[in-house]
Structure formats: structure tokens, C-alpha cells
Design a protein around this ligand. Structure first.
Ligand SMILES: NC(=O)c1ccc[n+]([C@@H]2O[C@H](COP(=O)([O-])OP(=O)(O)OC[C@H]3O[C@@H](n4cnc5c(N)ncnc54)[C@H](O)[C@@H]3O)[C@@H](O)[C@H]2O)c1
Length: 278
């Protein structure tokens, strides 16, 4: 076999939250590598559009609405993937709530200004103002959803003695760069701890579990946020990143394809492409 064989050729890959943003870029990169794709999301229109674009490129795609916070729906989705494409070989846990609403943006701007301006020290008061509902919503998607999908995938991977799981965590789970979003940071820290734990549990069955903890990703949503900042605020933000720019979606997706393949010995690792932020 050629040394240049794609590491994911013919593999059955599930990407959660694959309708848009980084999930869509990961799905495209896996498709370019010759994988068969199963995508789920809660955004029906975007999911249909992404699936159609991938099919137009010749990829076998199973796409269906599935809310990862619903364990019954997750189990049913994975059963249909197996029935349609075959047993799941690769799972990318990408679906997440990412702080991007108006209130999130106010906190984010306050935090970045506080980090980069010589102002008197004080509490920014984010945690003390947070509601139970806001906190729990993030845990439901980012942590419980990751567990439900991992469990469903392992039930198909364990009997076959092969699997690759890539969890999309965040630099927020490793550092205090997302102190503007304590709920998000806590959930991504939990994803990192879960990655290490489950990786040690299943590596003996040739199932390698790793996490990517991105710094900034140049998604359309992040780019739109940057466009709403004035030049000074945008400049201050890039001062926090020694590389002076966000990572492109393709840069992150290429790493996912590598981890999804079977020509490496990485298991239980947390890899953080972040332009030397941390
Ligand atoms: N954008 C960044 O700078 C950045 C940085 C670090 C980590 N990340 C991580 O990258 C991943 C992708 O984020 P993104 O920036 O593309 O954001 P995004 O909001 O565009 O993508 C998340 C996707 O998950 C889907 N989703 C949300 N809740 C769901 C649910 N209950 N069930 C199924 N799907 C659901 C969304 O509809 C969306 O399509 C996330 O795990 C995020 O935490 C992003």
C-alpha cells in the first residue's frame, strides 16, 4: 500500500455539530481524505446544506438532526449510522455551546480590556452573576453530550478492537484566557479530564482518545465578532496571541484528520494549537 494513503480512507466518521463552523471544516477535511461521514446537529437547514455540499464532492454522507443532550436520541442516531454506513470507527466530539450571545460578548470585551489595559484590579463579577440555568445549559451540551456520544461510539468500537475519538476541548479548559465565561471554561476542563480518563481505559482495545484544545479559531462567528470591535480593541486582542493571528479552521481540521488515522501512537493527549498563547 502507498505510504501516502490517506489515514482516514474509507473510515466511518461521526462529527457532532457538523453543520457549520469548525465541525463543518473537520467534516470537509475528513471527506477530502476519503472518509464516509455521519453528521448530526440541531441546525436543520445548515446541516442539510453541509451534507449536500459534501455529497456533491462525492462523499457518502448520513446526516440527521440529533440533540446530543438527549441520550436516547444519541443512541438512536449511532444505531442508524451503523445501519447505513457501518460501525463507527472515528468520533469527533465537536458539538458545543460556545459563548457568542450579546451578554457573552459584553463579558468578553470587558475581560480582554481588563487583561490589556493598566486599570485598577477588581473582581469582574462574572461568576457571582451567573444563573443556574446558564451554568447547566453548558454542562448539558459540552459535557453530558460528549459522554453520551462517546459511550454510544465505544459500544461499536470495543467489539471490533479499533477506534479513534477526538474531543474538541478549548484553551479555556487549560488556562484562564476565557475567564469571561466560567461555565464554558469549566465544561472544557471536564472534557479534558474525561479525555485522559477514558483514553487510559480503552487504549488497550486499540481505541485512541485525544483532545484538541484550540486557542482562537477563525470561524465565521469569531470573524464576525472581531468585525464588531473597533481597531483598538481588535489590536489589543491580537496582542494576547504571540502568533498575532487566529488559527484557521483548516489548520485545526488537519490535526483532527491526523488523530483520526491509525499511523500514530498518540493516546490520552491534549494538544493545544494556540499560536503560543499558552
Ligand atoms: N471558535 C473558537 O475560537 C473555538 C475555540 C476553542 C474551541 N472551540 C470549540 O470548537 C468547537 C466548534 O465550535 P465553533 O466555533 O465552530 O462554534 P459553532 O457554534 O459554530 O459550532 C458548534 C456546533 O455545535 C452545534 N450544537 C450545539 N448544541 C448542540 C446540540 N445540543 N446537539 C447537537 N449539536 C449542537 C451547533 O449547532 C453548531 O453547529 C466547539 O467544541 C468549541 O467549543 C472553538
Amino acid at each position: 500500500m502507498s505510504q501516502h494513503r490517506s489515514p482516514v480512507e474509507g473510515r466511518v466518521c461521526v462529527v457532532t455539530g457538523g453543520a457549520r463552523g469548525l465541525g463543518r471544516a473537520i467534516a470537509s477535511a475528513l471527506a477530502e481524505g476519503g472518509a464516509c461521514l455521519a453528521l448530526c446537529d440541531v441546525l436543520d437547514e445548515a446541516l442539510d446544506e453541509t451534507a449536500a455540499a459534501l455529497r456533491a464532492g462525492g462523499t457518502d454522507v448520513f446526516a440527521e438532526r440529533c440533540d446530543v443532550t438527549d441520550s436516547g436520541a444519541v443512541d438512536a442516531f449511532f444505531a442508524r449510522v451503523a445501519g447505513t454506513l457501518g460501525p463507527v470507527e472515528v468520533l469527533v466530539n465537536n458539538a458545543a455551546l460556545v459563548p457568542g450571545g450579546a451578554a457573552d460578548e459584553v463579558r468578553r470585551n470587558q475581560h480582554y480590556a481588563y487583561l490589556t489595559t493598566p486599570v485598577p484590579r477588581r473582581s469582574l463579577g462574572f461568576t457571582s452573576a451567573m444563573s443556574d440555568a446558564e451554568w447547566l445549559k453548558y454542562w448539558d451540551v459540552n459535557v453530558h453530550g460528549t459522554f453520551y456520544c462517546t459511550r454510544a461510539a465505544l459500544r461499536q468500537m470495543e467489539p471490533r478492537g479499533f477506534g479513534r475519538i477526538v474531543n474538541i476541548a478549548s484553551i479555556a479548559g487549560l488556562s484562564a484566557f476565557s475567564a469571561h465565561s466560567p461555565h464554558y471554561s469549566a465544561t472544557k476542563g471536564a472534557v479534558i479530564a474525561f479525555t485522559r480518563s477514558v483514553a487510559a481505559e480503552v487504549a488497550g482495545a486499540n481505541i485512541f482518545v485525544n483532545a484538541i484544545a484550540p486557542g482562537g479559531v477563525a470561524t465565521p462567528m469569531f470573524d464576525a465578532y472581531l468585525a464588531r470591535l473597533d481597531d483598538e480593541a481588535r489590536g489589543r486582542l491580537f496582542q494576547i496571541i504571540p502568533a498575532g493571528r487566529l488559527g484557521t479552521m483548516e489548520e485545526y481540521a488537519g490535526l483532527v484528520v491526523y488523530l483520526a488515522g491509525d499511523n500514530h501512537y498518540l493516546a490520552g493527549q491534549i494538544i493545544s494549537p494556540n499560536g503560543a498563547m499558552f
